[in-house]
Design a protein around this ligand. Structure first.
Ligand code: GUN
Length: 297
């Protein structure tokens, strides 16, 4: 079997287009643009790339982008003061503090300071609790993007066996909650899981989010399963001095067995920013008291 390729890049482009249309309609009725603030502390090169890309996509979607770049040695109190200012700024609907933060800062404390109704990352414990209890809140962008791709591919996920490999707060845990909310039977596997290949072999849906290049092998995959690869790992390329991106799944092996699979790059990656814009648009409607149909986006 040769797996169908799940084209996250195309899906994300379509989602960004739909967000853009709704953002322009929002501006017409609210008399202001939806606004997203992104805070970057320090000069981490990967974070700089993400933040630049988020700002550009926000503007392209017809929203206002507020970028705040602080030096790495900024005292935590100054960052908390900025978050508080953004919390009360009526032009700001969504706030994202790019992680990781410098080592002298307490990430949990900073995330807890973000107004939960502007927490478009869905990292604040209030939103984590809302997700766990089935209340309306903000859901982390990458796992929500994975669910969108899965539902687009499979329709109902009800009753399917899902294995999530990885237990991070950003991907693994919220992913498991979302799959549970779709009535999957969910297993969370991680570095201490006994006989991981056997656990993965049970799964109709495999979500790999471990951050280990090509760790999940093709012969671990149940024939016909849907494989979502969240990993983005830079490894040495075939040409000396060059690098290439690979996922957490051995793509060549898995695509011989799976029913469908996301590639790296071009699978889950592009979904994260598209869902961030979606979350910011939802926040704007809530903050302005303007209705947005439940299935509009
Ligand atoms: N760092 C890596 N991914 C993310 C993300 O989705 N949100 C934030 N705030 N930081 C990140």
């Amino acid at each position: 079997m040769t797996a169908a390729i799940i084209d996250g890049k195309a899906f994300a482009a379509d989602l960004r287009g739909r967000v853009g249309t709704l953002a322009r309609a929002f501006e017409a009725s609210a008399g202001r643009k939806a606004g997203l603030a992104v805070v970057l502390v320090g000069e981490d090169p990967a974070s700089q790339v993400y933040v630049r890309s988020k700002g550009k996509s926000t503007l392209e979607a017809g929203m206002a982008s507020f970028e705040h770049k602080l030096p790495a040695e900024t005292p935590e109190a100054d960052l908390l003061a900025l978050v508080e200012q953004l919390n009360t700024d009526p032009a700001v609907d969504g706030i994202l503090v790019q992680l990781p933060l410098p080592a002298h800062m307490n990430e949990a404390k900073v995330i807890a300071a973000i107004n939960p109704d502007k927490d478009v990352d869905g990292f604040n414990v209030i939103n984590v609790g809302r997700l766990a209890t089935g209340l309306n809140g903000f859901v982390p962008c990458t796992p929500l993007g994975c669910i969108m791709l899965l539902k687009d591919r499979l329709g109902s996920l009800s009753g399917l066996d899902a294995v999530v490999i990885g237990r991070s707060n950003i991907v693994g845990k919220p992913m498991a909650q979302l799959l549970l909310a779709e009535s999957c039977t969910v297993t969370i596997a991680h570095s201490r899981t006994k006989d991981l290949p056997e656990v993965v072999r049970r799964a109709d849906i495999v979500v790999a989010a471990v951050g280990r290049p090509e760790m999940i092998k093709g012969d671990w995959i149940k024939p016909g399963a849907t494989v979502i690869d969240v990993g983005i790992n830079r490894v040495p390329g075939k040409v000396e001095g060059k690098t290439r991106l690979v996922g957490d799944v051995d793509f060549a092996g898995a695509s011989e067995v799976a029913g469908a699979i996301t590639p790296v790059p071009g699978g889950v990656g592009p979904m994260t920013i598209a869902v961030l814009l979606r979350n910011a648009l939802v926040a704007a409607h809530r903050n302005a008291g303007i209705a947005l149909a439940k299935d509009a986006i």
